[in-house]
Design a protein around this ligand. Structure first.
Ligand SMILES: [Zn+2]
Length: 373
């Protein structure tokens, strides 16, 4: 079987990283998706585009040409990044020793190239895998997958296993559990007044929000993995005006779904300290928690055995960060973090480790070759 070397894989990754593709930058992200569709097609895969909606980029399905229906191995990928156009100037594509830098090389263009290369070499060698290999490649993961989420759930419902090509953690670990995440927004409306002349007539939305924030943050329970972070607050219109409006945005993370849902319900029911203030709550669960179930553990053990045959030790880990794996984990056994090793996701230090490319491509290929229904 034709196995690409690290140099060839890196060249392919760098070609994709050269196309800047921040989720909300429609032109760039569309160019990236079109380029990837062409590359998947050239690899002999059957590509089915999904048109973009809500002003966001397109997604696509791609599958190996085995002609079979039924359960598949779903490879879940994203090609959007958090890096705005111009980031290539701040983190140019370059290799320094084992580290290859560039926006998106680690999260997760590198991982998608590895999975594509694995499928390409199987197709090239006419290997018939036990299950059809289906890719779903999306363009809005970094903003919470607002338009791809229904496609992700539908694809997972038809999958025997889900492999997510998010980057590896801390020295090549794959991910078998992730916290869930919710986003909420609270708006307070009070009554404005001149702070010098009629302070007593005002009803301060900022004061109300300050009290609420103390309560919200106090719901954090590190013991169980529930955290509430009020990360953004906007309020007031002038230093000498009793503020009429204040808005706070919360990021909630949870290990336990029921506990997270209870926290969301409690926030939806908050009452103002000052009865003259009106509070409006919006938002809710974004990605449910991804727990290491028995079937996830079995999938990891299988991957660990394959890695040992290839010649490396595979470990797993839990992370507070979310991914599209959160959507699939409750539907089909999901193994995440199968992409490239490296560091600096979401920063201008983002890089992959060149030495991780071939072993991890081989691991994906062995998973494709061995996973059964
Ligand atoms: Zn990612």
């Amino acid at each position: 079987m034709n196995t690409p070397d690290a140099e060839a894989l890196l060249e392919e990754i760098n070609g994709w990283a050269a196309i800047e593709s921040k989720s909300e930058e429609l032109q760039g992200v569309t160019r990236m998706m079109e380029r990837a569709m062409a590359d998947f097609e050239a690899a002999g895969m059957l590509v089915e585009p999904i048109a973009g909606t809500e002003g966001l980029g397109p997604h696509f399905h791609a599958r190996t040409p085995c002609g079979r229906e039924g359960p598949s191995v779903l490879v879940l990928c994203h090609l959007d990044t958090v890096h705005p156009a111009g980031s290539l100037r701040r983190n140019p594509i370059r290799t320094e020793g084992d580290r290859a830098f560039g926006p998106g090389v680690y999260d997760m263009k590198g991982g998608v190239v590895l999975a594509l290369a694995a499928a390409r070499s199987l197709i090239g060698a006419n290997v018939r895998t036990p299950l059809p290999i289906r890719f779903l490649v999306v363009s809005d993961e970094e903003i919470g997958s607002p338009t791809s989420q229904p496609h992700i759930r539908a694809a997972a419902a038809n999958a025997a296993h889900v492999l997510v090509t998010e980057p590896a953690r801390d020295g090549g670990k794959v991910v078998t559990a992730r916290k869930g995440a919710a986003r909420m927004k609270i708006a307070a409306q009070g009554k404005p007044a001149h702070s010098g002349v009629r302070h007593q007539d005002g009803e301060s939305a900022v004061l109300e929000m300050a009290r609420q924030i103390v309560d919200l943050e106090a719901m954090t329970r590190y013991e169980t993995g529930l955290t509430l972070n009020v990360g953004l607050v906007h309020g007031g219109s002038g230093v000498n005006v009793v503020p009429e409006h204040c808005e706070a945005e919360l990021d909630i993370r949870m290990t336990d779904l029921a506990e997270g849902e209870a926290a969301i319900a409690r926030i939806r029911g908050i009452r103002p300290y000052n009865p003259e203030i009106r509070l409006t709550v919006s938002g809710g669960m974004n990605r449910p928690p991804y727990a290491k179930s028995n079937s996830v553990a079995a999938l990891f053990e299988h991957a660990r055995g394959l890695a040992a045959e290839i010649g490396f030790e595979l470990h797993d880990t839990f992370t507070g960060g979310g991914s599209d794996g959160n959507f699939t984990a409750s539907i089909a056994p999901t193994l995440d973090g199968l992409g490239v090793d490296g560091a600096g996701a979401h920063t201008m230090e983002e890089h992959l480790l060149v030495s991780s490319l071939v072993p991890r491509m081989l691991l994906l290929r062995r998973l494709f070759e061995t996973l059964k229904a």
